[in-house]
Structures are given as structure tokens and as C-alpha cells.
Write a protein that binds this ligand. Structure first.
Ligand code: SF4
Length: 190
């Protein structure tokens, strides 16, 4: 079983991951439920992330062993292409990290990797809801979360931040309020 057929497994996988006793500081990491949701989403065929979530095999192994030892959720096999802006997106995230937990480094890699997907960012991450992504942003990258005061769609927001950093202005209007593409950047993400 692979892809959408596995989606009903998500709650079971999530419960299994969260029931697994974490080791050391991982047990108190506020990112643990979010990491569990990312792993459960990928393992149930959701999102676009590769089996190691974009962390690379070694960091993914560390994540599983430290945060969810004994959990047997099997990642969905899939390959993804790389995107040229990955480094810049990761740097944007890391430059705004909360600096409270080393797992923020993992989250920056995962979020930058999910930007390759074609759906809304929370969907590409395999999360359960947009609210979960907003929580991820507040926990890990609070400055960015605060800056998204207009509740822009998260992927649009990250790319807009990235482009304005690089001095690239591709928006068709001087401000969002008068832009014909407003609905593409704001509004419901579902
Ligand atoms: S609404 Fe228009 S101006 Fe605002 S970010 Fe989107 S494209 Fe750019």
C-alpha cells in the first residue's frame, strides 16, 4: 500500500510515534508533536517529502532514535527533485529561528524541502492542518510568523520574503491591497 491509500493510517502512526518514549532533551522538545506529525504524514503517503524528510539519512536516523525510539512507522518511498532556491530558503528560516532548540535546524531543512511541492505548504509537509504549520512557524521561526501579520499563504509568504531579500520584485502591484492577485496570496489554504 502506498500514496493516498495509506492516508487512513495517519492517526494510528501518529499515536504510535507519540507513545514512543523519547530520550533525554527530545522528551521536552516542543517540536516533538510536530515532528511526529511530519513523520506520520510522510509515512501515510501525504505531502511531498522524501523518506528522510529532507534531512538526509543520518539526521533522519538520529531523529527517529532520539525522539521516537522503537517506533516502526515505515517511510513512503518516493524521490523528489532538488530546487535551486533550497539553500536560500533554509537560510531565511535559520536567520529567523527561535534559538531555543537544536531541532529548529531540522525544521528549517524540512520546510525548505517541502517548498518543492505543488500544493499548499502544510499539505506538502504532510501535516494535518494549516494550523499545525502556523504552530510550527511560531515555535521555530517566530519572527517570520509575526511578520506574516496578514495571514498570507505560507509558501507565498516565504517566497515573498526570500525575493525581497534578494531585491527581486515580481509582484504586479505596489501593495497587496490593490493587487489583482490578492486571492492567490491570501485567503483559505485548503
Ligand atoms: S497579493 Fe500581489 S502584491 Fe501581494 S504578495 Fe501577492 S502578488 Fe505580491
Amino acid at each position: 500500500m502506498n500514496g493516498p491509500d495509506r492516508l487512513p493510517l495517519r492517526p494510528l502512526l501518529l499515536a504510535d510515534l507519540l507513545a514512543s518514549p523519547a530520550i533525554g532533551p527530545a522528551a521536552f522538545d516542543p517540536n516533538r508533536p510536530l515532528l511526529a506529525s511530519l513523520i506520520a504524514g510522510q509515512a501515510s503517503g501525504g505531502g511531498c517529502l522524501p523518506p528522510h524528510l529532507g534531512l538526509g539519512p543520518a539526521a533522519y536516523r538520529y531523529l527517529r532514535e532520539a525522539y521516537f525510539p522503537g517506533c516502526t512507522a515505515t517511510p513512503t518511498a518516493r524521490e523528489i527533485e532538488s530546487i535551486p532556491e533550497w539553500d536560500d530558503l533554509q537560510k531565511l528560516l535559520l536567520d529567523h529561528r527561535a534559538r531555543k532548540s537544536p531541532s529548529e535546524l531540522l525544521m528549517a531543512n524540512v520546510v525548505a524541502t517541502a517548498c518543492i511541492g505543488r500544493d499548499h505548504l502544510w499539505q506538502d509537509l504532510g501535516l494535518a492542518s494549516r494550523e499545525e504549520l502556523s504552530q510550527l512557524m511560531w515555535v521555530n521561526f517566530p519572527e517570520l510568523a509575526r511578520a506574516n501579520s496578514g495571514d498570507m499563504k505560507w509558501k507565498k509568504f516565504l517566497y515573498r520574503q526570500f525575493c525581497s531579500r534578494e531585491g527581486i520584485y515580481v509582484c504586479p502591484a505596489p501593495s497587496c491591497g490593490v493587487c489583482k492577485d490578492y486571492a492567490k496570496c491570501f485567503g483559505p489554504e485548503n
